[in-house]
Structures are given as structure tokens and as C-alpha cells.
Write a protein of this length. Structure first.
Length: 71
């Protein structure tokens, strides 16, 4: 069985994608200070990393956390 195609994983992915969309909209429309914007961007980056890991074809236990350089 492919874990990533299970019903719970599909619901999780849909939930993450929905949350990502909300964060992007907030980032575009809210007038936030630098700290709030940085926090929101960090959340966006974390969700995108989770979604990218979910797309990999390796079993969950073989995946590694890939630190990203600060930009």
C-alpha cells in the first residue's frame, strides 16, 4: 500500500494546501510589520517543505530533513 495515497494523507495534503493558500493571501493583503511578515514566510516555507516531502516517492522513514540556507 502506498502511504501517500491513503485517505488520511490526502486529507492532510488538502489541509496543508488550504492553510498555505490562506497564509499566502494574508501575506499579500495584510499590512504587517517585519516580524509578522517573517513569521508568516517561515510558516509558508515549512508547509511547502512538508508538501515537497509528501511528493517524494521514497518511503516516509527514508526521507531526511533537508535544511535550507537562509535567503
Amino acid at each position: 500500500m502506498d502511504d501517500m495515497n491513503s485517505a488520511p494523507m490526502k486529507r492532510l495534503k488538502a489541509s496543508l494546501e488550504g492553510h498555505l493558500q490562506k497564509l499566502r493571501e494574508q501575506n499579500d493583503s495584510y499590512k504587517s510589520d517585519e516580524i509578522e511578515t517573517a513569521v508568516r514566510r517561515g510558516e509558508i516555507k515549512a508547509i511547502k517543505a512538508l508538501l515537497a516531502d509528501m511528493e517524494e516517492k521514497k518511503p516516509l522513514l527514508e526521507r531526511s530533513v533537508r535544511p535550507q540556507p537562509y535567503k
